[in-house]
Ligand binder design. Structure first.
Ligand SMILES: COc1ccc2cc(-c3cnc(C(=O)NCC(=O)O)c(O)c3)ccc2c1
Ligand SMILES: [Mn+2]
Length: 250
């Protein structure tokens, strides 16, 4: 069709997905981190937020696992304050979360195909975890500096979608600070803003922390698997179980 050039082309879904993919590929390749704003648009973003708020008030969140139980009992809460719920997105009253997950899947799978014929940064992505809906309650809850996948468990890309409307980082805290390897002492400070999605390599290249939040802070995280690393991790896990289950091993 001959659209007059001054009219904003209402890009269809696939064109939009392609644009985002090019963004993700080049940023992941250059920085190992990629931020996309206005990912779903306000209306769809709010429909996802409403489903998360309904889940939270229905008491579906559990305390986040402890990253390390070395902490003395007194400061257990200081290791992590987030509360989480795992979803596959097909549960009832979660269709908008399901739509978000499908869009992130479409981006990752397409980027995987577009880049270097089927490999994204040397990975072949063939699956992901369930969606982890996380809530940092606002009493200074935070998450100490950590690496998502320090020991080759198969996860190669972390995708975090933020749901926090009118977030004022000075008042509310909750900044995500990434310390990308090779950036010298530069850091990537990412505000957990509404309808923003963030991608980064899950391994030791991206240690990161969640600074104390003083207002309830919601995010939905997906971790994508690299086929080879995941298969090897499962084989290792199976071997360890067999070794540990042999008689004579305590
Ligand atoms: C075995 O069971 C579990 C259950 C939940 C788990 C959650 C995390 C996790 C990791 N990273 C972050 C993070 O970096 N958030 C950055 C941000 O919100 O901006 C986060 O919020 C949560 C890690 C391991 C887990 C293991
Ligand atoms: Mn993390």
């Amino acid at each position: 069709e001959f659209l007059p050039s001054f009219l904003p082309r209402n890009r269809n879904n696939l064109e939009e997905i392609d644009d985002i993919c090019r963004n993700v590929i080049s940023d992941m390749n250059t920085w190992g981190v990629c931020v996309v704003n206005n990912f779903l648009g306000t209306e769809k973003g709010i429909s996802v937020l409403d489903e998360v708020l309904n889940m939270y008030s229905a008491g579906m969140f559990r305390d986040g696992q402890l990253v390390s139980n070395k902490a003395a009992a007194s400061d257990l809460k200081t290791i992590r304050g987030d509360q989480i719920a795992w979803l596959d997105g097909k549960e009832k009253n979660c269709q908008n979360i399901g739509m978000l997950i499908s869009k992130v899947d479409a981006i990752i799978m397409r980027a995987n195909k577009m880049y270097n014929n089927g490999k994204m940064g040397d990975y072949t992505i063939n699956g992901r975890t369930k969606a982890m809906v996380a809530c940092y309650p606002g009493y200074g809850s935070h998450y100490v500096k950590h690496v998502d996948n320090p020991n080759q468990d198969g996860r190669c890309i972390t995708a975090i979608y933020y749901l926090n409307r009118d977030w004022d980082i000075k008042q509310n805290g909750g900044l995500l600070r990434i310390f990308p390897e090779g950036w010298q002492d530069q850091v990537a400070d990412i505000e957990p803003l509404f309808d923003r999605i963030l991608f980064f390599w899950s391994d030791r290249r991206n240690p990161h922390e969640v600074q104390p939040a003083y207002k309830t802070r919601y995010a939905i995280t997906l971790w994508y698997f690299d086929a080879e690393e995941r298969n090897e991790a499962c084989r290792r896990y199976q071997r360890d179980r067999e070794i540990n289950s042999k008689p004579g091993n305590p």
